[in-house]
Design a protein around this ligand. Structure first.
Ligand SMILES: Nc1nc2c(ncn2[C@@H]2O[C@H](COP(=O)(O)OP(=O)(O)OP(=O)(O)O)[C@@H](O)[C@H]2O)c(=O)[nH]1
Length: 376
C-alpha cells in the first residue's frame, strides 16, 4: 500500500502490547543452525503455539519438510528471494495467519520467520513496519542471528548478506562452539563485536539456547536501525518491494513501474541462479523418482564434498534408499556432512529423493549425472 509508506511510525508501543502478536525473525548464513533452533523451539514443552514461516531457497520443498511438526503450523514462502517478495508473500502469509482464531484469542502466540541463509534480514524486518495491516497486528520482537563459529569468518569476508545479518541482529547466537577452538571463538566474537557492538552474543552448541534468550525479548530497536538505515520505514521510491535498491543488483530504473510484475517475471531467472544476489552463488535442485543405492550415494557424496567442499556452501536432501523404510536426511556445510535415517515414509507420501546444492562454480550437469547414477 503505497499511501501508507509515509505514515509516521510510532516506536512508543511496548512490545506485545495491544494484543499484537510478537514476531521473531531468525536469520543467519547458510547452515548456521536456524532450522536446528526452530526445531528446538517447536519441540520444547512451552504450551505455546507458534506459527513458523519458512522461506524456502530452492524450488523443491526440503526446508519445511525438515522442520518438526511440519504439517501443522509451518507456512512456506516458496521462491526464496525474500528481498523481492517481502511486500508480497510475507504480507500475504502474515495476513492469513492473523485471520485465524482460537476461541477468544489469536490462533498463535507468536510468529517465527526463518529467512534463507542468503537473505539480508532488513527487508523482512521492514515488512512489519511498512504494511499497515501487518503493523497493526504484529510487533517485531527481535531479529536473532545464528552464526556458524567455524565458517563465519570466511563468510564475513566474502558475503555482504552475512555482514548484514550480523549488523542487523538484536541478538547473536554464536553456534557450533564444538567446531571451534577457544582462540577461534575469541577472534570470531571480536569480529562480530566490531560489526555489531550492541547485540548480546550467546554461545551455543546445536542451537541449544534457552528459549527465553530467543523469544519474547522485546529487543528490536527501531531507533538503532533508523540510525544505520534512515530509509528503513520509508523507502525512497515509495513503491512496493523497492527497498532492495541498495541490496539487490537489479537495475531498478527498469522496474520502477509495476514492480511486482517485474519481479514475478524475473523470479525465473532468480530460480535458475538460486536467488542469490551474488551472481557466482547458485542453487541446484536435484530429484529422482527411483530409489537410490545407499552405498553408491554415500560414496558419491563423500567424493563430491571431498573434491568440491570448498565451493559447496550448503547441501541437504531427503533421500529414498532402496530397501529402507526410513527417509535418509543428509546435511552438509562445506565438508562437514551429517546423515541420518529419520522417520519412515508415510503410506501416502510420495517416495522420492530430492537434494539441493548451493555454492560457487557448481556444474549442474555433472551433479545431476552423478546423482542419477546413484539409482539402485
Ligand atoms: N557440529 C555441529 N553441527 C551443528 C550445530 N548446529 C547445527 N549443526 C548442523 O549444521 C547443519 C546445518 O544446520 P541447520 O540448522 O539446518 O542450518 P540452517 O541455518 O537452518 O541452514 P539453511 O536453512 O540451509 O541455511 C546440520 O547438519 C546441523 O545438524 C552445532 O552446534 N555443531
Amino acid at each position: 500500500m503505497t499511501d501508507t509508506l509515509d505514515a509516521p511510525v510510532s516506536t512508543a508501543a511496548p512490545q506485545g502490547s495491544g494484543g499484537k502478536i510478537p514476531v521473531t525473525v531468525l536469520t543467519g548464513y547458510l547452515g548456521a543452525g536456524k532450522t536446528t533452533l526452530l526445531n528446538r523451539i517447536l519441540t520444547e514443552d512451552h504450551g505455546k503455539r507458534y506459527a513458523v514461516i519458512v522461506n524456502e531457497f530452492g524450488e523443491i520443498g526440503i526446508d519445511n519438510d525438515l522442520v518438526v511438526g511440519a504439517d501443522e503450523d509451518v507456512f512456506e514462502m516458496n521462491n526464496g528471494c525474500v528481498c523481492c517478495t517481502v511486500r508480497g508473500d510475507l504480507i500475504r502469509v502474515v495476513a492469513g495467519l492473523m485471520k485465524r482464531q482460537r476461541p477468544g484469542k489469536p490462533a498463535f502466540d507468536a510468529i517465527i520467520v526463518e529467512t534463507t541463509g542468503l537473505a539480508d534480514p532488513g527487508p523482512v524486518a521492514q515488512t512489519f513496519f511498512v504494511d499497515e495491516d501487518v503493523k497493526a497486528k504484529t510487533q517485531l520482537d527481535s531479529v536473532t542471528t545464528l552464526v556458524d563459529a567455524k565458517h563465519v569468518m570466511a563468510r564475513l569476508d566474502d558475503s555482504k548478506e552475512a555482514r548484514e545479518q550480523v549488523a542487523f541482529a538484536d541478538r547473536i547466537i554464536l553456534n557450533k562452539v564444538d567446531l571451534a577452538t577457544p582462540e577461534e571463538m575469541e577472534a570470531v566474537e571480536a569480529r562480530l563485536r566490531a560489526l555489531n557492538p550492541l547485540a548480546p552474543i550467546v554461545r551455543a552448541e546445536r542451537s541449544n539456547v534457552p528459549l527465553d534468550q530467543v523469544l519474547g525479548l522485546g529487543a528490536f530497536d527501531l531507533d538503532r536501525i533508523l540510525e544505520v538505515k534512515p530509509d528503513f520505514v520509508n523507502p525512497p521510491h515509495g513503491a512496493e518491494g523497492h527497498v532492495h535498491d541498495e541490496h539487490c543488483g537489479h537495475d531498478h530504473h527498469h522496474h520502477d513501474h509495476d514492480h511486482d510484475h517485474d519481479h514475478h517475471d524475473h523470479d525465473h531467472s532468480h530460480g535458475a541462479r538460486g536467488h542469490a544476489h551474488q551472481d557466482d552463488i547458485k542453487g541446484i535442485s536435484l530429484s529422482l523418482d527411483r530409489p537410490l543405492d545407499g552405498a553408491k550415494f554415500t560414496a558419491w557424496l563423500d567424493r563430491l564434498l571431498g573434491e568440491q567442499g570448498q565451493n559447496i556452501l550448503r547441501a541437504k536432501g531427503i533421500i529414498d534408499l532402496k530397501g529402507e523404510d526410513r527417509r535418509l536426511v543428509f546435511q552438509a556445510v562445506h565438508m562437514i556432512l551429517e546423515g541420518d535415517l529419520q522417520r519412515e515414509w508415510g503410506e501416502n507420501e510420495r517416495r522420492w529423493s530430492r537434494a539441493v546444492f548451493i555454492g560457487r562454480d557448481l556444474d549442474e550437469a555433472e551433479l545431476k549425472a552423478g546423482f542419477e547414477a546413484c539409482a539402485a
